[in-house]
Design a protein around this ligand. Sequence first.
Ligand code: PEP
Ligand code: MN
Length: 338
Amino acid sequence: MIVVLKPDITKKQFDYIINRVKKLGLKPHISKGTERTIIGLIGPEDVLRITPLEVFPGVEKVMPVLAPYKLVSREFQTKNTVVKLSQKLKIGDKKIAVIAGPCAIENYDILYEIAKKIKEAGATILRGGAFKPRTSPYSFQGLGEEGLKYLKQVGESLNMSTVTEVMDTRDVGLVSRYSDMLQIGARNMQNFNLLKEVGQTKKPILLKRGLSSTIKELLMSAEYILSSGNFNVILCERGIRTFEDATRNTLDISAVPIIKKLSHLPVIVDPSHASGKWELISPLSKAAVAVGCDGLLIEVHTKPEEAFSDGNQSLIPNRFKELIKELKPIAKATKREI
Ligand code: PEP
Ligand code: MN
């Protein structure tokens, strides 16, 4: 339920409403817009039948959130969510976030070399998988905790934030100790226990769209995280399965403006997993910035031909650097920065 307040509400009236809803067992989520403030109510709404909030001074109207996802919806919160990774680094504000790094963490030296180069090119967040969701059980599965240690060490020595995937509820605590942001991979988008588990942390969560998931299903998955108490969620369009086989997946570029309309959460695009081809990373990144993405996630490797995984969809650092330069005028044209 959302409570729309009158523009001329007094502080006393506002405080009274907040206290009353709390006493009713509801949690208020205050969203201050440019013109008016709305309060989203979280909890058992049945109590509002006995205490109709419409009669309170300062309340303009009380409306149900019609979408099946509630906390995630634009109706619930009109203002864009800005997720804070560190004091300086935010996702969802004017500056488009650049997340880059290898598909998998292979060893300390390679990770450091890649990180140094992507940082010079303008990336602020280092990615790298330590737990890899591989189609084949015989493929490299990741270095596990050893890889997490490298990620943390490299991130700290270069002053970069970090993100890495967590695949199992049992590893949420472990991965949280090493990484600034937790990634839920496409294959786990509907692992509801995992979503609830990461929802109980305070960490920013990068939630990737499932291979064959609709936008509505992605938003419902995000709702699991928010309803568990964690509002720091970033959504990621990473391509979906279609009949087209010229690319690994089909980048659903329209998902970006659609999600931005339906939800207040930041949306980033991963052109690497979307296309499976390094040649397509540049044009798809440009398209993503043009349609208003809040960030990009790009796989970069110093020696893609030797990468343990996803070498064919990884840019070499020089091309990555070139791309970031080419994105600047597009970002500017959409009133953003990169
Ligand atoms: C990844 O980002 O490392 C990854 C495995 O991506 P996805 O879950 O989108 O396939
Ligand atoms: Mn990969």
